[in-house]
Design a protein around this ligand. Structure first.
Ligand code: CMP
Length: 145
């Protein structure tokens, strides 16, 4: 099967944006883009949780630094609903490096650097399902099917 069919995806407002008071700003951009919030939490990841969440990047040179950043303060996982949620959210957050992110995207507006880049978003339907399951149980996803 090809294409994106899943109407829910996972975002995380990362510790940089959370700690600098940008939750409202980020949510405003997401809502303006048509996303409905179907789940939200505030969590402080520990090393094991951050390593597990980013296991796919474990061989990258930036892995230890990424884990240190993601455990440095609270963050806010979000379950977001939209038609074709995964590709739409990728468009709305912008490129990993804020210097390359299009104007008006979350990262152009709020990211500090390639690592401290304000927000995470799932990059495929399969990863969205897995990452939603990492943070949310079935009953947490209000109104979601
Ligand atoms: P995210 O979309 O959450 O996926 C992996 C994260 O690793 C990424 O956002 C950044 O926070 C971080 N990252 C990716 N590439 C680099 C890099 N070259 N240097 C530092 N951090 C990076």
């Amino acid at each position: 099967m090809s294409g994106h069919t899943q109407n829910l995806t996972l975002a995380i407002i990362k510790p940089d944006a959370f700690g600098s008071g940008k939750i409202g700003g980020v949510l405003g951009v997401l809502e303006e883009a048509g996303f409905k919030v179907r789940g939200s939490r505030v969590v402080r990841l520990d090393d094991r949780a951050a390593q597990a969440f980013y296991a796919v990047h474990s061989e990258r040179p930036f892995f230890d630094s990424l884990v240190e950043f993601m455990t440095s303060g609270p963050c806010m996982p979000l379950a977001l609903e939209h038609e074709r949620a995964v590709p739409h959210l990728r468009d709305v957050i912008g490129a990993t490096d804020p210097a390359e992110a299009k104007p008006g995207t979350v990262r152009a507006l709020f990211a500090e650097s390639k690592e401290r880049n304000a927000i995470h978003a799932s990059d495929s339907d399969d990863n969205a399902r897995q990452e939603l399951g990492f943070f949310f149980g079935h009953v947490d996803l209000i109104g979601a099917r």
